[in-house]
Design a protein around this ligand. Sequence first.
Ligand code: AHR
Length: 343
Amino acid sequence: MKKIFALLLTLAMVLALAACGSQPANDPAPAPSDGGQTDTPAPAPAPENTKLVVGFAQIGQESGWRDAETNDVQWYAARNTDTVELHFADAQQKQENQIKAIRSFIEMGVDVIAFPPVVETGWEAVLTECQEAGIPVILVDRGIDANTDDGLYTTMIASDHVWAGEQAAIAMNDLLGGSGVVVELEGTVGASAAVQRKQGFDEYMAANCSGIEIAASQTGDFTRAQGKEVMESFLKTYDKIDGVFCHNDDMALGAIEAIKEAGLKPGVDIKIVGVDGVKGAFEAILAGEMNCTVECTPILANQIFDTAAKLKAGESVEKWVMSADEVYTADRVTEDVVAGRAY
Ligand code: AHR
């Protein structure tokens, strides 16, 4: 009996040891990841956003030209919602609002930030933050101060504003036959588009047009209303004005109103050269009330989003993607040309 009991005990121990051996020795019990509620599955990781996410901090709505740029960017995004996610901010002409918008894009973790700098200076801090966050920056239609480290932005998609100023000077010189008194309506103080157009115009005049005097130059902030106001004051101050160079067409359209209200014929008594190539300027040229516009295209959305996609993919791009613009003197402007304009 004793023998049978010993045999049964040994068998029980062998079975118990065999049962222990079925569990790997180093496999600890699963650590509870949810405070001990091990029956709740861990949350699935958020799906990766495969869309191209772009933050665009627009200056505001100072001109018809700017509205055309905004529409182009928003229209592109609306047509491509399956591949593109646009976050758009309107800074209402204030640099501090553009900076706030850029910071919010950094916080969102967008793929690329694009913006037209309202003025040239004051971007170092926020661009450094973009760089630290690893977000590439595309400057659109305007640049930043040449003394700022150009490593702080990735690329610029814009017209050559110095060239535009020179072309305007060449056209004005031709219109005036080499002599006369000219006034200048400048864009937003400190904006690269204004600084460089002025540089191109004034330098060309100084070097090549000794018979033309630039009597006055004042900002009209790129708006039609201020263009009109400043032109009214020029007309009161100077007995004779032969030509006005406007840093954009919206100010030229304002100047046309002021000239008419002063009882003079715009485009005839006072020659008018603008920049941008907006439809209103083309219509004024057709009507004989304006003489020339130097194009500066706002239709940049394709380039902006193509470039952003390349940057997201880690490809390199040119530092300055320059727009191909043209000069439109009256002889080139027909009904068909005006009808075919995109903005
Ligand atoms: O930076 C481009 C300029 O900005 C355009 O010429 C003007 O119309 C706009 O306000």
